[in-house]
Design a protein around this ligand. Structure first.
Ligand code: IMP
Ligand code: MG
Length: 174
């Protein structure tokens, strides 16, 4: 039976917000080249749209991590399943993530990336769920701050489904 999904942000609202983020990033990184690091799989749709709204040279690289834990909560012990294919020393890194929930995954990942000697590291997250935070993470660019609900769409999944929805919605399994 199909799950019930209630729309939280429409495709148009997301598109408008991404254009705003792109404009802000373009202004703040003026004169620099950005190395965008897309965290697979969830951030892929967001990173692709965001990259198109940044009017500067953008190099794109990809990383995939998994964190041991149960179905709904990460443990913070992160394993890199797919690493970047180029060194990041002296680069301006912009990490693009779908959602910061407990913050454990990103807290760990930020440490790893900072240890590789980039010029600087900033974080852009489509969604921030601050109610569930347990590990400190500074988000430089946030799409939307959301309440503690399980959401899907625009890259986010529930058991690998719904990543392709063009909107963001709350899923209530039937
Ligand atoms: P955390 O910040 O380490 O707890 O984990 C963040 C990851 O958990 C995200 O990259 C998502 O893959 C997943 N996640 C957290 N909240 C949600 C949600 O509401 N829907 C779908 N995935 C989520
Ligand atoms: Mg993820």
């Amino acid at each position: 039976m199909a799950d019930k999904i209630t729309i939280m942000y429409t495709e148009e609202e997301i598109d408008n917000r991404i254009r705003e983020l792109g404009a802000q990033i373009t202004k703040e990184y003026a004169g620099k080249e950005i190395t965008m690091i897309c965290i697979l799989k969830g951030a892929a749709p967001f990173a692709c749209e965001l990259a198109k709204r940044i009017d500067l040279p953008v190099e794109m690289d990809f990383m995939r991590c998994s964190s041991y834990g149960n179905e709904t909560e990460s443990s913070g012990v992160v394993k890199i399943d797919l690493d970047l294919d180029r060194p990041v020393r002296d680069k301006h890194l912009l990490i693009v993530e779908d959602i910061i929930d407990t913050g454990r995954t990103m807290h760990y990942l930020l440490d790893i990336l900072k240890s590789r000697g980039p010029a600087d590291v900033k974080l852009c997250a489509l969604l921030d769920k601050p109610d569930r935070r347990v590990a400190d993470v500074d988000i430089d660019y946030t799409g939307f701050v959301i309440p503690d609900e399980f959401i899907v769409g625009y890259g986010l999944d529930y058991a690998q489904r719904y990543r392709n929805l063009p909107y963001i919605g709350v899923v209530r399994p039937q």
